[in-house]
Design a protein around this ligand. Structure first.
Ligand SMILES: N=c1c2ncn([C@@H]3O[C@H](COP(=O)(O)OP(=O)(O)OP(=O)(O)O)[C@@H](O)[C@H]3O)c2ncn1[C@@H]1O[C@H](COP(=O)(O)O)[C@@H](O)[C@H]1O
Length: 105
């Protein structure tokens, strides 16, 4: 099992846990909108480090992004495996070819 799967399982197990004992439970208790907002904040922090070019800080912020991304998915009951299956489905398909094949309008 990958670290992302382990983390997703931990997050899932925090649903309904005591918000005073777990950051994940606290975040989930605030609802999916707050989880999405927090993900957005973390993404912006990662963007700032990417623009600055500080690789160590970008690495740390990227970890925050991945964690909060998984919390956001869990808040809306979207399984990590479904996201990975979507990525697998896209494998071998060029992004340029996919865009060109989209219906016009
Ligand atoms: N990977 C993480 C992880 N990354 C970041 N965070 C927390 O996310 C929070 C938000 O980080 P910020 O720096 O943005 O916090 P902040 O600036 O105080 O937040 P604001 O008040 O500004 O909104 C911090 O409390 C971090 O500790 C995480 N909390 C938990 N995990 C994982 O989730 C597991 C379960 O954690 P608990 O749910 O707390 O038991 C842990 O064992 C870890 O594996």
């Amino acid at each position: 099992m990958s670290i992302l799967h382990d983390l997703a399982a931990t997050i899932e197990a925090r649903k309904g846990a005591d918000p005073d004992s777990s950051w994940t439970a606290k975040l989930l208790a605030k609802g999916p909108e707050k989880c999405a907002e927090k993900f957005g904040e973390e993404a912006i922090e990662a963007i700032i480090e990417a623009v600055k070019g500080d690789r160590a800080k970008l690495t740390s912020e990227a970890a925050d992004v991945l964690y909060h991304f998984l919390v956001m998915l869990a808040a809306r009951d979207v399984a990590l495996n479904d996201v990975l299956a979507e990525l697998a489905h896209r494998q071998g398909q060029s992004g340029i070819a996919e865009k060109a094949a989209r219906p016009k309008g």
